[in-house]
Write a protein that binds this ligand. Structure first.
Ligand SMILES: NC(=O)c1ccc[n+]([C@@H]2O[C@H](COP(=O)([O-])OP(=O)(O)OC[C@H]3O[C@@H](n4cnc5c(N)ncnc54)[C@H](O)[C@@H]3O)[C@@H](O)[C@H]2O)c1
Length: 388
């Protein structure tokens, strides 16, 4: 008998029921600022048990779990926690600062544990390649924490590109910025080289790159001419330091607060990129994608966090008439961070690929690494991606 629409509807509904017969055992590595968002969203999942956590700072993991009223085992490092096989962890969230992303992820993979890794993937392209190698060897998944991917407006950008409405894409301008937005509300781990390794480039630049590269299918990056500077973060009179009573942060600032680059991608596409944690401007411009059949304007946001800032506009020609079509903002059902956690858990349970896979983010990291190196050398360089 043929299925009725109602039967099909019921099937779709039942597919969304979460199997709670086995609870996934989760550990959290690094219990700082972003770990709270992971914890809060794991707690909403009926098929998860957060059983352990660790932090290098004495007492930090204990205080973290106390706040949630959770009985979890606490450790002083990722190694200590991952070496404890009695925990029987299925997965970990790596919520450490950028510099320890790679070592924590690789150690977890080598123990046969899936990883939800916060963005940026890591600091250097060599680290990224080591992560990919360890992932392949382990047979486990690594999903990189780009929650803007789950935004319906982001998905629409990809749909528009894939529909062919833009034709052959040849030029992209992307990036964003904040007038004053160096992230120091919880200390200096975002601005010191030993912990962050990258500044605006790694923190919010990775989002801008992902917005457009994901839409166009992540072509391989070939060359880059990059620039970076630190004119704001190194000033004791930077307004946010003054407002928060921390002019001494200026001496600790060792990363970039602005970066720009011109990148050539496979398929004869060029990418014009800029990113700012601080600048004397509201926005360095919208994201634009130019194609032979149409152009897309994606409004920027004031406090750049990788999202679509307003209705997008498609510029095209209809029977010879130059026409513009507005694409209204689409509301995403649910919270992006919860969707990020849920899609990771579903991929583990269903044995499907990571929602934000490392094979793509490897190219994102290659561009970031290339901008950094090119800026240091003061000239254009070839992007070399290590074998992995
Ligand atoms: N997806 C997002 O929206 C989002 C937002 C903010 C931050 N982040 C990312 O999350 C990461 C962490 O940021 P944060 O603001 O929480 O930093 P944070 O400094 O507040 O916390 C990081 C914690 O990790 C701990 N740590 C470092 N190495 C460790 C190790 N080997 N073992 C155990 N603990 C270790 C540190 O002691 C620290 O407490 C960064 O990479 C950042 O880019 C993502």
């Amino acid at each position: 008998m043929e299925k009725s629409n109602l039967d099909l509807f019921k099937e779709v509904q039942s597919n969304t029921v979460i199997d709670t017969s086995k609870k996934l055992r989760i550990g959290i590595i690094g219990t700082g600022w972003i770990a709270a968002a992971h914890m809060e969203n794991y707690l909403k999942q009926p098929d998860v048990q957060v059983v352990a956590g660790c932090d290098l700072i004495e007492g930090k993991a204990e205080a973290f779990f106390k706040e949630y009223g959770i009985q979890a085992k606490c450790y002083r490092s990722h190694k200590e926690m991952l070496d404890d096989e009695s925990l029987q962890l299925d997965a970990v969230s790596v919520c450490t600062y950028n510099r320890t992303h790679a070592e924590c992820t690789i150690y977890a993979l080598n123990k046969g544990i899936h990883v939800l890794l916060e963005k940026p993937m890591c600091v250097t392209i060599d680290e990224a390649a080591e992560i990919v190698k360890a992932e392949k060897k382990s047979g486990k998944i690594v999903s990189v924490g780009f929650q803007p991917r789950l935004d319906e407006n982001m998905k629409m950008i990809k749909k528009i590109v894939e529909s062919g409405k833009l034709g052959k894409i040849y030029y992209i301008q992307t990036g964003g910025g904040r007038r004053r937005g160096i992230p120091t509300p919880f200390g200096t781990t975002f601005i010191e080289d030993a912990t962050a390794g990258l500044g605006a480039l790694g923190d919010i630049g990775c989002y801008s790159l992902d917005m457009v590269l994901n839409a166009i299918g992540y072509p391989k990056p070939l060359t880059v001419s990059g620039y970076k500077s630190n004119f704001f973060g190194t000033r004791a009179d930077y307004s946010n330091y003054v407002a928060s009573g921390h002019p001494e942060y200026a001496k600790k600032f060792e990363v970039d607060d602005f970066a720009a680059a011109f990148i050539r991608l496979e398929g004869d596409i060029v990418l014009d990129f800029r990113i700012a944690w601080a600048m004397n401007l509201d926005t360095p411009g919208d994201t634009i994608i130019l194609g032979t059949e149409g152009g897309l304007r994606i409004p920027s946001t004031e406090c750049w966090n990788g999202s679509v800032g307003g209705a997008m506009k498609l510029y095209h020609e209809v029977c010879g008439a130059q026409t513009e079509t507005e694409i209204p903002i689409i509301k995403t059902k649910g919270d992006l961070f919860e969707l990020k956690i849920r899609s990771f858990l579903d991929a583990i349970k269903n044995g499907t690929p990571a929602p934000v896979g490392t094979s793509q983010i490897l190219y994102n990291q290659a561009i970031i690494d290339g901008i950094f190196k090119s800026a240091e050398l003061g000239k254009e360089i070839e992007i070399v991606i290590p074998k992995c």
